[in-house]
Design a protein. Structure first.
Lengths: 271, 261
C-alpha cells in the first residue's frame, strides 16, 4: 500500500483534508454550504476552458473560482444570496458546457475533475497544493476573530467596525482558494463533502469554536485516509468512500449528541 | 435624517450624561432603530452630528456598545456564552484568541455582573431569549464602553424578566458610570428607571425628564393633534383624543402606548 503513488495520495489528501476541515468549520457556521457547492462546480468550467486554451488547469480553476466568489458577493448585496449563488453557478456551468463541446478532452479527464483523482496525484502537484493550502490557513488564522464574530452576530460586528460585506467577500475568496487547491485532487463534487461532513460532525463533540475547528480537520483527515486505504484494498473508487465516510461521521456525531442529551436529561432530577 | 428619499427624523436633539439612563420611546416605525444606527455611525445623517465624549468617536474604538434586539444563532453552533462574551473584548482584532488568566477573570467578572454565570458554559444558541440578551449585554459591556445602546431589549420578555433587565441596566449605569440608551415602544416598564425620555413621533422628538415630556400639552404638540396622557395605577396611557378643531381630518396614527402595560 506504500508505493510512490500511494505516498503522494496520502500526502496531498492530508493537506486537502486539514485545510477543508478548517474552512469547513466556518462554512457550516456561516450557513454557506450552498456557496461551498457552487464555487467548486463553477470552477470546474474554468478547468475545461483552460484545457481548451492549452494553459494550466490550475489557472483556469483559480480564475473561475475567484470570478464565482466575487459574483456571488456582488449579486448577493442587492438580492437574496441563494438566488445570487444559484445564478452564478448556472452561468459558470453554462460556460463549462460550451468549453467542453469545443474541446477534444478525454472524458476520463473531465470525470477526474468532477470526482477527483487522488490515486493519480503526481509528485509535481504536491507543492502547489501545499502553497494554496498554506495561504488558506494563514488567511483564516488572520481573520479568525472578526470572521467568527461576523458569522455569529453580524449586526453587532458591524457596530464594531467589521463590515459584514467585506467578511462575506473575504470568506468567499477563501472558498475560491480551497477550490483551486482541492478540485484537481478530490474533484469538484467531493470537496463539498469534505467541507461540510467533518465540520458538521465536529460540533457534536465539542461546544467550543477552536477545538471544533481542529476536530473538523482531524475528522476530514481520517475520512480521506480511510477512504484511500479501503479503496486500495477493495478496488472501488475513492470518491465513493470519501462521500459515504463523510456522511457516516455526521451520522455518528448526531448519534453522539442525542446520546449525550439523553444522559444529561436522565442525570438531572425531573422538572 | 433622510432614508430612501423619505424624511425619517428631523431636528432630533438630545444629550446623555455618564451614568444616566435614557429611553427612546416611539411606536414601531417611528425611527428609533434609525436613530440608534446613526449614533453607531452606521447611518449618516443628512445634516447634524453625533458626538461622543466630546469628539466624533471613531467606530472601531469600543466607546459605544450595542445590543441588538435578538440574535439568530443555531442551537448546535459550537460557541459557549463565555466564548461570545470574550469576542466582545477582542473580536474586532485580527488573529487568534490568546487565552490568559486576565482574560478569563474579566469574562468571569462580567458574567457575574449580568447574572449569567449559571449558563456561562452552555452553547449560546441553546439559551432562552432572556439569557441570550444578558450574554449580549455582557458582550457589549466587557470592552468598557462609555455609551451602551440597546435596541428594544424588553420587546420579547415577559413582565417579570423585563423588570429584571431594567433593574440590571439601571444598576450598570450607576455602578460603572456608563450612559445607557435603549429603545422601547412601551414606556411603562421604564418609567421609574429613566433619567431622561426622548419621545419620538411623526419624525420629530421631544426630550426631557418624564415629568416634562409625558404630559398632555407636550405630547399633543408633538403629535400635532390632541392626545390625552392618563395616569392610572402608577402607569401611563397615551390615548388619542378628538382631532382638535377638525384641522386633522385624517385618522391620526395610534400613539405607542395605547394600552396600559
Amino acid at each position: 500500500m506504500f508505493e510512490t503513488f500511494m505516498i503522494n495520495a496520502f500526502e496531498t489528501s492530508a493537506i486537502v483534508a486539514i485545510v477543508s476541515g478548517v474552512v469547513g468549520f466556518f462554512t457550516v457556521l456561516r450557513g454557506a454550504a450552498f456557496a461551498a457547492h457552487a464555487i467548486p462546480n463553477g470552477a470546474f468550467a474554468g478547468a475545461a476552458g483552460a484545457s481548451l486554451l492549452g494553459i494550466s488547469k490550475l489557472v483556469g480553476l483559480g480564475v473561475f473560482a475567484l470570478v464565482g466568489a466575487v459574483l456571488i458577493a456582488a449579486l448577493g448585496r442587492r438580492s437574496r444570496s441563494d438566488v445570487a449563488t444559484a445564478l452564478t453557478v448556472a452561468l459558470l456551468l453554462g460556460l463549462g458546457d460550451l468549453f467542453l463541446s469545443r474541446s477534444e478532452e478525454y472524458s476520463a479527464q473531465v470525470f477526474a475533475l468532477l470526482f477527483g483523482d487522488i490515486l493519480g496525484v503526481a509528485s509535481y502537484q504536491i507543492v502547489p497544493t501545499a502553497l494554496l493550502g498554506l495561504a488558506c490557513i494563514l488567511v483564516i488564522l488572520m481573520l479568525y476573530r472578526p470572521l467568527l464574530l461576523s458569522s455569529v452576530v453580524p449586526d453587532v460586528a458591524e457596530a464594531r467596525g467589521i463590515s459584514p460585506r467585506w467578511m462575506d467577500l473575504a470568506f468567499l475568496i477563501i472558498l475560491a482558494l480551497v477550490t483551486t487547491m482541492a478540485v484537481p485532487i478530490v474533484g469538484a463534487f467531493l470537496i463539498f463533502s469534505l467541507l461540510i461532513g467533518p465540520a458538521a460532525a465536529a460540533r457534536a463533540f465539542t461546544d467550543r469554536p477552536l477545538p471544533a475547528m481542529v476536530m473538523s480537520s482531524c475528522i476530514a483527515l481520517v475520512v480521506v485516509w480511510a477512504a484511500i486505504a479501503v479503496s486500495y484494498t477493495t478496488n472501488l473508487p475513492v470518491g465513493f468512500f470519501v462521500g459515504s465516510f463523510s456522511g457516516l461521521c455526521y451520522g455518528l456525531g448526531r448519534g453522539w449528541a442525542i446520546w449525550g442529551d439523553r444522559l444529561r436529561m436522565s442525570g438531572r432530577p425531573a422538572g | 435624517m433622510v432614508l430612501a428619499g423619505r424624511t425619517i427624523l428631523d431636528r432630533v436633539s438630545f444629550t446623555v450624561a455618564p451614568g444616566s439612563f435614557t429611553g427612546l420611546i416611539g411606536s414601531n416605525g417611528a425611527g428609533k432603530t434609525t436613530l440608534l444606527k446613526t449614533i453607531l455611525g452606521l447611518v449618516k445623517p443628512t445634516s447634524g452630528t453625533v458626538s461622543i465624549g466630546g469628539a466624533a468617536g471613531p467606530r472601531r474604538d469600543p466607546i459605544v456598545g450595542y445590543v441588538p434586539q435578538k440574535i439568530a444563532l443555531e442551537p448546535d453552533a459550537p460557541l459557549r456564552a463565555r466564548d461570545l462574551i470574550g469576542l466582545g473584548l477582542d473580536g474586532h482584532r485580527y488573529g487568534m484568541t490568546r487565552p490568559s488568566a486576565r482574560r478569563r477573570n474579566l469574562i468571569d467578572e462580567i458574567l457575574a455582573a449580568v447574572n449569567a454565570t449559571r449558563f456561562a458554559d452552555r452553547r449560546v444558541g441553546r439559551l432562552s431569549g432572556g439569557e441570550q440578551q444578558r450574554v449580549m449585554i455582557a458582550h457589549a459591556l466587557i470592552s468598557r464602553p462609555r455609551l451602551l445602546l440597546l435596541d428594544e431589549p424588553l420587546a420579547n420578555l415577559d413582565i417579570g424578566s423585563s423588570h429584571e433587565v431594567v433593574e440590571l441596566l439601571r444598576r450598570i449605569a450607576t455602578d460603572q458610570g456608563i450612559a445607557i440608551v435603549l429603545t422601547a415602544h412601551d414606556m411603562n416598564p421604564l418609567l421609574h428607571a429613566m433619567d431622561r425620555i426622548v419621545y419620538i413621533a411623526r419624525g420629530r422628538a421631544v426630550s426631557g425628564t418624564t415629568a416634562e415630556v409625558v404630559r398632555t400639552e407636550t405630547l399633543s404638540e408633538l403629535y400635532g393633534y390632541h392626545v390625552e396622557v392618563i395616569h392610572a395605577a402608577g402607569r401611563v396611557l397615551v390615548a388619542a383624543g378628538e382631532a382638535g378643531e377638525g384641522k386633522n381630518a385624517r385618522t391620526p396614527p395610534a400613539p405607542p402606548d395605547s394600552q396600559v402595560g
